[in-house]
Design a protein around this ligand. Structure first.
Ligand code: A5P
Length: 235
């Protein structure tokens, strides 16, 4: 009998990432996501590039850009490529049916959202633990805020029924995003009306962007013990 897998979630992430990357073809402009699952997709793209696949990547974070350079993936930016064929990225929560997401526990939600919205298709790669009936069930909503007056911004966010906590990095200082902002991780009980909360966060002064990605993903590649399957939006 095979010994039990000590980390099935990593294996599922790998399967999801490789399944999504197998759909790519020559000539595509590809958004490169951030986070541990997206990093596996970037590694799989690197392998395919080494085997001759001709694509150009647009990274969603400095970390992803560094990983892609090491793999010799040709890179560009949104200044040079105004549209992207497909972006492959991870997520912290996915609601099947709507394909609404929470993203940003890795801290890159702003660039991820900009790249996602410039993409003809956003494919999300996850292990099945990320599937939830209602957003807010297992992950806080990361909200990127300008540093100036952040405590007053946090109070405004509290008035939307969320509980914001300033994210602290491993060096003990506030976590700094690639855009030079801070992140408030906002605990929410399961969110009954995500569109309403999105509207409130969108109009909160001091908020740069938030991790609610509603109606943006086109397809989810989710992997579990049975292998990978794809989820499409019910619309
Ligand atoms: C990065 O900012 C995030 O949006 C990630 O895509 C998300 O947190 C999922 O990350 P993992 O694949 O590491 O769980």
């Amino acid at each position: 009998m095979a010994p039990p897998d000590p980390n099935p979630s990593s294996r599922f992430k790998q399967i999801a990432a490789e399944t999504a990357v197998s759909k790519l073809h020559d000539g595509m402009i590809i958004g490169l996501g951030s986070g541990s699952t997206a990093a596996l997709a970037v590694a799989a793209i690197g392998k395919r590039v080494q085997q001759g696949l001709r694509i150009i990547g647009v990274p969603t974070s400095e970390k992803t850009a560094a990983e892609a350079r090491l793999l010799n993936i040709p890179l560009s930016s949104l200044e040079e490529q105004s549209s992207i064929d497909v972006t492959i990225d991870g997520a912290d929560e996915v609601q099947p049916g709507t394909l609404h997401l929470i993203k940003g526990l890795g801290g890159n939600l702003l660039r991820e959202k900009i790249v996602a919205l410039a993409s003809s298709r956003l494919i999300i790669v996850i292990d099945e633990s990320k599937l939830v009936d209602q957003l807010g069930s297992r992950a806080p909503i990361p909200v990127e805020v300008v540093r100036f007056g952040w405590r007053t911004t946090a109070k405004r966010i509290e008035s939307h029924g969320l509980q914001p906590t300033l994210r602290i990095a491993s060096d003990g200082n506030p976590y700094l995003t690639d855009g030079g902002n801070w992140i408030l991780d906002c605990a929410a009980s399961p969110i009954s009306d995500p569109a309403n909360l999105q509207a409130k966060l969108d109009s909160t002064v001091g908020v740069v962007e938030h991790g609610l990605f509603l109606g943006i993903a086109h397809q989810i590649v989710v992997a579990g013990p049975e292998g990978a399957r794809t989820l499409d939006r019910n619309s």
